[in-house]
Design a protein around this ligand. Structure first.
Ligand code: NCD
Length: 330
């Protein structure tokens, strides 16, 4: 397994991920994918390690995916839910983290509705010389690195199932459509895809795609990021289309006139896909609002939709991440 070059302690963002790190994740995920489809499905790589799954915000797939990934690596897993925790008694998040540290947690997988919380816990764990490593499982509107990496693994595996790698993506066109403003998934994908040489086309109503989005990438990647306030130019000849949910729970104002109008203008339909490359494939990180950002039949079409593959790839990718940071944790 390709691990010798791995030096990153915490996985908090993809903003500063290097091409070598992406390649290592892809290769490691590919070998775990083989484990998952083999007979035993489990390896002893993290035996004796403790993974604390700390989800301060609701989650179905990310949380279960990390749990299964940890179990397949033979780690012990602690699951935390805010509603039934001492947070309801006034405990701070740092105290919660220190409680898990005292129980021997080696890796903390953290999701929080506020951007920056995983970083704050990582800083505190470093200050305490604890040896604990932090994996950001989604913080506010900021980053969702494991989703960006599993999307990268899904897309590159689609292009070459035996050897997923970055160079497969050079010059490809990928459209990211929907509520980009509120999407940490889009933010993580923009970093990974532009680094891989993809032409990334963002499409959304102007209220959900501010011009300032161009500034999230540095000057070297500016020529790979394109903004559209209408759908068709983003779809034309696209190799992959990533649709995103309207995150109404994060909306503080009326960003769109109505769901119906949004669907008419930005919903992905079979008809609209005719603009794309003939082999186009669709991705969605879930959860989906069927009939809003995408029609239900497209979601379920195995010839077009990679949505189930994303979920499957998620386990192998998260095994890779837990493994890469876990074998180096003290
Ligand atoms: C996303 C998230 O939580 O950021 N979902 C996920 O992790 N699979 C996107 C969303 O909630 O729409």
């Amino acid at each position: 397994m390709a691990t010798t070059t791995w030096t990153r302690r915490h996985i908090l963002s993809l903003a500063d991920f290097t091409p070598e790190e992406y390649e290592t994740v892809l290769q490691t995920a590919a070998s775990f994918q083989k484990v998952l489809t083999g007979r035993t499905k489990k390896v002893p790589a993290l035996q004796g390690k403790v993974v604390a799954n700390m989800f301060f915000e609701p989650s179905t797939r990310t949380r279960s995916s990390f749990e299964l990934a940890a179990k397949r690596l033979s780690a012990d897993i602690l699951n935390f839910s805010p509603g039934s925790s001492s947070l309801t008694k006034g405990e701070t998040i740092l105290d919660t983290a220190k409680t898990y540290l005292a129980m021997g947690a080696d890796i903390m997988v953290i999701r929080h509705q506020q951007a920056g919380v995983p970083q704050i816990i990582a800083r505190e764990m470093d200050r305490l010389n604890s040896g604990v490593t932090i994996l950001n499982a989604g913080d506010g509107l900021h980053q969702h690195p494991s989703q960006g990496l599993l999307d990268l693994f899904t897309i590159t595996s689609e292009l070459d199932p035996t050897n997923p790698r970055l160079e497969l993506l050079a010059g490809k066109k990928i459209a990211i459509v929907g509520d980009i403003l509120h999407s940490r998934v889009a933010r993580s994908n923009i970093y990974s895809l532009t680094t891989a040489g993809v032409q990334v086309h963002l499409a959304a109503p102007a209220t959900l795609l501010p011009k300032a989005f161009l500034e999230i990438v540095d000057d070297r990647s500016k020529d790979k990021l394109h903004l559209h306030w209408e759908l068709n130019p983003a779809l034309e000849d696209a190799d992959f289309v990533m649709t995103l949910r309207l995150q109404q729970e994060r909306m503080t104002a009326n960003y769109i006139p109505s769901l119906r109008e949004y669907h008419q203008l930005f919903g992905i339909t079979r008809d609209r896909l005719k603009l794309c490359h003939p082999n186009v494939k669709i991705l969605h990180p879930g959860p989906t609002n069927r009939g809003v950002e995408i029609t239900s039949d497209l979601m379920d079409d195995p010839n077009l939709s990679l949505v189930s593959k994303q979920v499957t790839s998620g386990v192998a990718t998260r095994m890779a991440l837990l493994y890469l940071i876990g074998i180096n944790s003290d």
